[in-house]
Write a protein that binds this ligand. Structure first.
Ligand code: AMP
Ligand code: ZN
Length: 493
């Protein structure tokens, strides 16, 4: 029997503002769409958090035996620097600054995105479509919306008519805003604006002669508005109404609100049953963002090369750190928090490591079946990974007591314990045991200590060529030396 038949999953639905019991449109099948990255620069750790939240959700849905079609797009056109449909396309701007083709920008940062996600042990989505690969589908939707009277053309651009839409539908239902309030709180349009109202948004923008990313359309050469691509790609691969749509909290408005409006205007019904929003990763209490520079790249965490870090951290430790917070809560990154996660991660992996050699005997009071169901209950309660991890540490405590001979476990319970750990730690949380083996790391430790000693001797003899050579070559191997008042310490990335 499929696991989903035994478990009741509840998820926080931004559309209803409640935890709703999850019921897919077609039994046993799930269509899930997540807004992907705009590939004009390296993904920062904040972006990774949102994608990791949905990777965990994808993993759990698969674990429950659902057949999931997971679509996560690549935004390679249409995302403007300014949310109010003004300014340059982010990718075109980067291409202009670097004097390369826009598609070179897209290629470079898509490759970087995939590399980082692989280091974090992400599962690939079922389909990863691109905006530029779906221009025709986007044009078709614009024609449909125009034909239904919810858009207007001005001077080669097409805008969505929010006021007209709101007469029949409800603009703002996802983000809990009222159109009247939005109108009251926005500034008047500038004289050069083509929009009838500031809330209107671009479906198609006319390309000025210098704009390099351009496609022919019935309204002249131009490019699609950012919100449209997600409507086009989700409808194409998941249908007019599908189960789950996800993205970061900051996309709820205007991006997702506009997606709903586009879909309802073109086909008359709501596109998504469950809207899920992942919360932000912050640094120094402020949202991590590309635009403000308040961000940290995954590579900097893996190498330790950032002033906020005292040492490097592995992708698994960072993943564990992220999973310790609920995906709907804000999470603040700091060196101390990473150090604490590293400790916890090692404690968990050490216990798992010792599991295979654990002696078996009589059944204990620790009820493994009940504990396994508690793990499910945590995940069924809106993917509550911090509670799941707390449950896992109950098992760690039990394993350690058995190791010390203070408790026992029966053969069948040990098997169930192992299976549950495997299901939740590796399959659902996506953690990997990436610690060096004890013996290798001991030897490495001694070799580096020897090199530090040789470097110190060279420095005492004022042989700086040798001392620098030792340090530089260690750095090249990913080993950083830190000279402090108590001597030299090192870290390995
Ligand atoms: P972008 O490439 O800017 O379109 O963003 C890609 C994804 O990263 C979106 O789902 C954003 O909501 C998400 N995102 C951006 N900044 C953060 C952050 N600081 N924490 C979590 N997610 C973020
Ligand atoms: Zn989107």
């Amino acid at each position: 029997m499929q696991l989903y038949k035994e478990q009741t999953l509840k998820i926080t639905n931004s559309l209803t503002g409640k935890k709703d019991v999850f019921k897919p449109i077609n039994e046993g099948h799930i269509g899930m769409y997540v807004c992907g990255p705009t590939v004009y620069s390296n993904v920062h750790l904040g972006n990774c958090r949102t994608f990791m939240s949905f990777d965990m959700i994808f993993r759990y849905l698969r674990h429950l035996d659902y057949k999931v079609r997971y679509v996560r797009n690549i935004t390679d056109a249409g995302h403007l620097v300014d949310d109010a449909d003004e300014g340059e396309d982010k990718i075109a701007k980067k291409a202009r600054l670097e004097k390369i083709e826009p598609m070179e920008v897209v290629q470079r940062y898509t490759v970087d995105f995939h590399k980082i996600l692989e280091q974090f042990n992400f599962l690939p989505p079922s389909i990863e479509p691109t905006a530029t690969g779906h221009i025709i589908e986007q044009l078709e939707i614009i024609k449909e919306i125009l034909q239904k009277g919810y858009a207007y053309e001005v001077n080669g651009s097409v805008y969505f008519d929010v006021k007209k839409f709101n007469e029949r539908f409800e603009y703002g239902k996802l983000s809990g805003r009222k159109l009247e309030d939005m109108i009251a709180n926005t500034r008047e349009l500038t004289a050069q604006s083509e929009k009838r109202s500031p809330q209107d948004f671009a479906l198609w923008k006319k390309a000025e002669p210098q704009h390099i990313m351009r496609w022919p359309s019935p309204w002249g050469d131009g490019f699609p508005g950012w919100h449209l691509e997600c409507t086009a790609m989700s409808t194409k691969y998941l249908g007019e109404t599908f189960d789950i749509h996800g993205g970061g909290m900051d996309l709820k408005f205007p991006h997702h609100e506009c997606e709903i409006a586009q879909a309802e205007a073109s086909n008359g019904h709501s596109p998504v049953n469950y809207w899920l929003h992942a919360n932000m990763l912050t640094l120094n209490g402020k949202k991590m963002a590309k635009s403000t520079g308040n961000n940290i790249l995954p590579g900097e965490i893996f190498s330790g090369e950032n002033t906020i870090l005292s040492k490097p951290f592995t992708p698994s430790v960072v993943r564990f750190f992220m999973m310790q917070a609920h995906y709907t809560s804000i999470l603040d990154l700091s060196n101390d928090a990473l150090l604490a996660s590293e400790k916890g991660y090692h404690r968990l992996m050490d216990a798992i490591d010792s599991l295979k050699d654990l002696p078996t005997g009589k059944k204990s009071d620790f009820n493994i079946s009940e504990w396994r169901q508690k793990c499910y209950e945590a995940m069924n309660d809106d993917f509550n990974t911090p509670i799941l991890i707390a449950n896992l540490f109950e098992a760690v405590k039990h394993i350690n007591l058995i190791k010390e001979g203070k408790e026992s476990v029966s053969e069948s319970d040990k098997e169930l314990l192992q299976k549950t750990i495997n299901d939740f730690v590796f399959e659902v949380l996506g953690l990997e045991d990436k610690r060096e083996s004890g013996q290798d790391s001991d030897t490495l430790q001694r070799v580096v200590e020897l090199l530090i000693q040789l470097r110190n001797e060279a420095r005492t003899n004022k042989d700086f060529a040798t001392s620098d050579k030792i340090r530089d070559q260690l750095v090249a191997m990913g080993i950083q030396l830190k000279d402090g008042k108590d001597g030299t310490t090192f870290s390995i990335s």
